[in-house]
Design a protein around this ligand. Structure first.
Ligand SMILES: [Fe+2]
Length: 388
């Protein structure tokens, strides 16, 4: 039990269900948007989703402004260009459509459209988040992948071209007004992307559950998210049009991001560095690194892992907590194998000579600060080596 006063906050309005996208015009009206700027990435224009959303808006007499040049890791220059369109078209709110990058970009457009200035004025590492006081224009987030959960998150990750690094902008005011979860929009995701993003959602849930902060509500949400991934990720990978599996994975992703307001852990530090140094996709990097981190954390997370055992259908009757925790690690390894995640980092292009830089950057990353077992620089090197 917490000795002080705990704060629990779940502020996003979420609409979930197949066909929910057809209600978009009403949701825009609900939050006072008459002329939205639709922010997305170039790849989305080639999918069936983009014309569908555009058609739904046009049928309701809404002519959105469009910015479709969001880079895979959104750049500060993308945001500035999008803000120019927002102002020229006299928009009064945002629609973020796509994966985490498009949603993060739309969130940042909210900030600059609302407050002016440059994107890196709001960098959290220099206290820039204090400059976000609101009000900001409203935003509806429509995710088309099931991993980051950015649709319910308060942060945006932006790459500064001038500074040559990524930075975070975080404020409760960045949380979208509405998250519109329509599993039909995720059915086009290829198997490898489904697997990687799905394991990102799983890692969010598991790391959030493992963080030692007092947050029983996030713990319960994390456990339910883990259960959904354990039950539905393999089906979503194997049967891309299975709407039930797509729906539960979309919920798991959203719930993972709600849960990690508790914080994350060492897996995310290792994976952030892998993406920065070796360009390994985020979810894939998490999936590979999660196993050694779970082994490393096991003794500090016996009770949490034993609860996860039930999500995988492990009968823990007459098992010790340590045995149940071991079964969970085996279950995660097995899930990785079944959905085609490679076992080793060398399989995704990481080399022995990368380890020094990887370790350096992973140790500088803030996520491991909340890892349930303190993780030294040497520990991080060992964790990478274990799956090299
Ligand atoms: Fe993540």
């Amino acid at each position: 039990m917490n000795s002080g006063i705990a704060k629990f906050s779940f502020p996003t309005t979420i609409y979930f269900g197949a066909g929910a996208v057809y209600e978009l015009p009403q949701y825009l009206k609900d939050v006072g948007i008459k002329k939205p700027l639709l922010v997305t990435d170039p790849g989305m224009l080639k999918t069936d989703v983009f014309p569908k959303v555009q058609g739904i808006l046009e049928d309701s007499g809404i002519q959105p402004g469009l910015f479709s040049e969001v880079n895979p890791n959104p750049l500060d220059s993308d945001i500035q260009k999008a803000v120019d369109v927002y102002r020229n078209e006299m928009c009064d709110g945002l629609i973020g459509l796509g994966g985490g990058s498009a949603l993060d970009a739309a969130k940042m457009v909210q900030v600059i459209a609302g407050h002016g200035g440059k994107v890196n004025d709001y960098d959290i590492s220099t206290g820039g988040n204090e400059n976000i006081k609101g009000p900001l224009p409203p935003m509806v987030a429509i995710p088309t992948t099931s991993g980051t959960g950015s649709e319910v998150g308060s942060c945006s990750v932006i790459t500064s071209v001038a500074l040559g690094r990524k930075f975070l902008v975080c404020s409760p005011l960045l949380i979208p007004s509405i998250a519109l979860l329509d599993p039909e929009l995720t059915m086009g995701m290829p198997a490898a992307l489904t697997a990687g993003t799905g394991m990102d959602a799983f890692t969010h849930c598991l790391e959030a559950l493992s963080v030692k902060d007092f947050h029983p509500m996030c713990d319960a949400i994390a456990l339910k998210g883990i259960e959904f991934v354990a039950q539905y990720l393999e089906t979503a990978v194997r049967e891309p049009d299975n709407i039930e599996a797509r729906g539960y994975m979309q919920l798991a992703a959203m719930m993972g991001a709600v849960a990690f307001q508790k914080d994350l852990g060492a897996t995310h530090s290792l994976s952030h560095s892998l993406s920065a140094v070796c360009h390994v996709p985020h979810g894939l990097a998490n999936a590979i690194c999660l196993v050694p981190v779970m082994k490393f954390n096991k003794e500090n997370c016996l009770a949490e892992y034993a609860k996860v055992a039930a999500c995988f259908g492990v009968n823990t009757f007459e098992m010790s907590l340590a045995e149940a925790a071991e079964k969970v690690i085996e279950a995660v390894m097995d899930l990785n194998k079944r959905i085609g995640i490679p076992e080793n980092l060398s399989d995704v292009g990481v080399k022995e000579e990368d380890l020094e830089e990887l370790t350096e950057k992973a140790f500088l990353d803030g996520c491991h600060q909340s890892n349930p077992r303190s993780c030294t620089r040497e520990n991080m090197m060992e964790l990478y080596r274990e799956v090299l």
